[in-house]
Write a protein that binds this ligand. Structure first.
Ligand code: MN
Length: 294
């Protein structure tokens, strides 16, 4: 049986556990901290800093983390890779209200030097003010492509049986292909902020050749300028869409999925009826059930 052993630092160890959380299985091994099974691979995280990948896709799965740990150790956390690349990221998947937005952005060498001084990072760590200040610059400077899935369409996809990862995979795939066509550059490396295994990505997109020039990297927004830029542009459009929805329902809709969101959901339902949620929220979130109970 194919197997790969990685020796990892605490940070990578935790990100491996986070990454496979959904696939966790019962663990009878006293030396193991965490065991997960996915796509013909068993992942065992030991109490020491060893992680074992076993099964036919062991190598592919392990590569996700070797890539990110190499990138991480070869440079400081604060320094991004400035290599020319297409970066792709999505926003809004953790927010009950508002759309899912995916952006792919191309940053070449010259532009990356020029953008350096802006101190760009993962959009999640930037304030809305900062996003509003920086995003228009990126939008005018960077070739990019953007996809917005509004709530009604999103809910239809989920109700039709499409999983969240499949939705994301198809959106990234589409955005990247659009951008490649736009700039007519097919050799530029592509970086996707990793959310599923490479095997799954291929299954969802039915295109094995696509992934050849693609790196799937966890926490890519902190490591690749192109992904950071894509995430900022996506975030900017998400905020604009959320603002439009807020104006429409006459309530400043909250981001995230906290109890504040439940409270707002309850008020919206009281005012406009249950059907309003279909148009402004992601119905499969637990919040929907909580709102119904309130
Ligand atoms: Mn991301």
């Amino acid at each position: 049986m194919e197997y790969v052993t990685l020796v990892v630092d605490e940070k990578t160890k935790q990100s491996i556990i986070d990454y496979y959380k959904e696939h966790e299985v019962k663990n009878n091994n006293p030396h193991a901290l965490f065991v997960a099974k996915t796509d013909g691979v068993t992942i065992t995280v030991y109490k020491t800093n060893k992680v074992l990948f076993q099964g036919k896709n062991a190598e592919t799965e392990a590569r996700i983390f070797t890539a990110s740990s190499t990138f991480r150790s070869s440079q400081n956390d604060s320094v991004m890779s400035l290599q020319p690349s297409i970066g792709s990221d999505e926003v809004g998947t953790g927010d009950y209200f508002g759309p899912v937005v995916v952006c792919a952005a191309y940053v070449d060498k010259k532009t990356s030097q020029e953008l350096r001084s802006l101190g760009l990072r993962d959009s999640k760590t930037l304030s809305d003010e900062r996003i509003h200040a920086v995003a228009p610059i990126l939008i005018s400077r960077l070739p990019h492509s953007l996809l917005v899935v509004r709530n009604e369409q999103y809910n239809e996809l989920v109700e039709g049986g499409m999983g969240l990862n499949e939705i994301k995979a198809r959106l990234h795939y589409e955005a990247i292909n659009q951008l490649r066509k736009k700039i007519n550059r097919y050799e530029v490396p592509v970086v996707i902020d990793q959310f599923c295994s490479v095997t799954q990505f291929i299954r969802y997109t039915q295109d094995e050749s696509f992934v050849q020039n693609v790196m799937f990297v966890t926490k890519a927004e902190n490591q690749f300028l192109s992904v950071a830029c894509a995430s900022i542009i996506a975030r900017y459009h998400f905020l604009q869409e959320l603002k439009k929805l807020s104006d429409w329902v006459d309530t400043p809709l909250q981001k995230g999925a906290s109890h504040l969101v439940d409270e707002q959901g309850k008020q919206l339902v009281e005012r406009y009826g249950l059907e309003i949620l279909r148009k402004v929220a992601k119905l499969h979130f637990k919040n929907t059930e909580k709102i119904k109970k309130l």
